[in-house]
Design a binder for this molecule. Structure first.
Ligand SMILES: [Zn+2]
Length: 54
C-alpha cells in the first residue's frame, strides 16, 4: 500500500512543480509542457522511494 501522508520527502519536488505551473504560461493554459513533464517525473520518483536507485 502507498502511504503518501507518511512520506514528507517529495515536498521540495512538489513545491518546484507547483511553482513552475504557476509561473509557466503553457501550464497555466493547461497546455503540454516538457518542463512540467520532467518536474512531474522527478516528483513521482521522489514519491516512490523503492523506484529510486540506491
Ligand atoms: Zn510549464
Amino acid at each position: 500500500m502507498i502511504t503518501l501522508a507518511k512520506n514528507p520527502a517529495p515536498a521540495a519536488e512538489y513545491r518546484t512543480l507547483l511553482g513552475h505551473t504557476l509561473a509557466c504560461a503553457a501550464c497555466r493554459a493547461k497546455a503540454p509542457c516538457f518542463t512540467r513533464a520532467r518536474l512531474t517525473r522527478a516528483w513521482r520518483a521522489a514519491r516512490v522511494p523503492w523506484k529510486a536507485s540506491r
